[in-house]
Write a protein that binds this ligand. Structure first.
Ligand SMILES: Cc1ncc(COP(=O)(O)O)c(C=O)c1O
Length: 379
């Protein structure tokens, strides 16, 4: 069995057609088995699991760090991406008059924490307008940088139509040369495309479990470069900010030195360890193999839609259109987004209504039969 076949065999098959993978993906068999394992042990053993589950959370931290390219001590878990972003936004040292630069099409869990953090201190959130078809030209973003820019915060892959800036390495390097803090929401690309954002010098990256990592909902993660960690105050405080549940209370205690200080207390063990199990499956398969297969399926689906007369809203022209599995489609004729969406929902063809049209996001576990079923309904 090839590694891709072994990966595909990780997923359940039934009548449902999963084409909203940028929304919520089915989880891998390995993730499900991990949940079964821990729930059974918690049921049977209670406190006897204490050290073992903590060790397994550490395994996930190590696997995630390996995939990001950072150290395990630079990773912190949260209950959502929003939590990870808020930690950075509220403790990165914004001051009155500073500017934070974002695109106008950022997802709310990314946009709102930065807005609130700016409002709290009188900093300015500067919004850069996307161009035609949700494209995000790098030059326009870089041009919006001023001497007051303190942070650039952008999504590696934008959620509505998969737009990416042309040369993110260049964007990060340019910002770093100017002493600007670089914060990147990687959720919509991580697990789908090989990720080099950290190696390119981003100061902080964050995301969540339930999209391209094929893991259960409920985990956000942050990787914060270790030189920043001492300067960032934990946004939420608890026993684990300082030590463990066995320590006596002591007002003289000091926060941990690594990113674990951002985790105030007990954790979502089932979700975190399940995410670790999925990450191991993805790493074993090879993210490049997953990307290649997702793009192959997306190309077939896109062509099928064009053949049926649908208009695709893509930030990209010509061959580059096939560089993302995000496919945003406008309904034909007089049909509204809602009408087309209702029709698809009735047949359990999962998708999302996003921006100008309906968003389909095939992933590598999908089959050509999934695409045929969806195209049949769209006919
Ligand atoms: C760009 C982006 N960031 C974050 C999230 C998820 O945020 P949270 O984990 O806070 O629900 C999404 C989900 O749609 C997203 O598209």
């Amino acid at each position: 069995m090839s590694s891709l076949e072994a990966y595909k065999a990780q997923f359940n098959r039934n009548e449902l057609v999963h084409l909203n993978n940028a929304g919520l993906q089915p989880i891998t068999r390995a993730a499900r088995e991990k949940i079964d394992y821990w729930s059974r042990r918690f049921w049977e053993e209670g406190y006897n699991t204490d050290k073992d589950y903590a060790a397994d959370v550490t395994n996930t931290r190590t696997s995630l760090a390996g995939m990001i390219g950072c150290e395990a001590g630079e990773v912190a878990f949260f209950s959502s991406t929003a939590g990870a972003i808020s930690q950075v936004a509220f403790s990165c040292g914004l001051q009155a008059g500073d500017e934070v630069l974002m695109w106008d099409q950022e997802y709310g869990s990314h946009l709102y924490p930065w807005k609130a953090a700016c409002d709290q201190v009188g900093a300015n959130l500067v919004i850069v307008e996307s161009e035609k078809n949700l494209s995000t030209p790098m030059e326009k973003y870089l041009k919006a940088i001023t001497p007051k820019t303190k942070v650039i915060a952008f999504s590696w892959v934008q959620f509505q139509a998969g737009s990416q800036m042309e040369d993110i390495k260049h964007v990060i390097e340019t910002a770093k040369q100017k002493g600007i803090f670089v914060s990147v929401d990687i959720i919509q690309g991580f697990g789908l495309h090989p990720c080099e954002i950290w190696s390119w010098g981003a100061d902080a990256v964050m995301g969540g479990s339930h999209k391209w990592l094929s893991s259960p909902v409920g985990v956000g993660y942050l990787a914060l470069r270790k030189n920043h960690i001492p300067k960032f105050k934990p946004h939420v405080i608890g026993m684990y900010t300082y030590g463990t549940c066995d320590d006596p209370s002591d007002f003289a205690c000091v926060p941990k030195r690594d990113a674990l200080k951002f985790e105030p207390g007990s954790k979502q063990v089932l979700e975190i360890t399940a995410m670790g199990a999925s990450i191991d499956v993805l790493q074993k398969t090879g993210i490049k193999n997953i990307e290649t297969e997702a793009l192959r399926l997306a190309k077939i689906f896109r062509q099928g839609l064009v053949n049926l007369g649908y208009e695709i809203v893509s930030p990209y022209q010509s061959e580059k259109i096939n560089s993302t599995p995000f496919i945003n489609v406008k309904p034909r004729g007089a049909m509204t987004n809602k009408e087309l969406s209702d029709k698809l929902n009735k047949e359990k063809i999962f998708h999302a209504v996003r921006g100008p049209g309906l968003r389909f996001t095939p992933n590598a576990f999908n089959t050509e039969t999934d695409l045929e079923k969806a195209l049949f309904v769209l006919k």
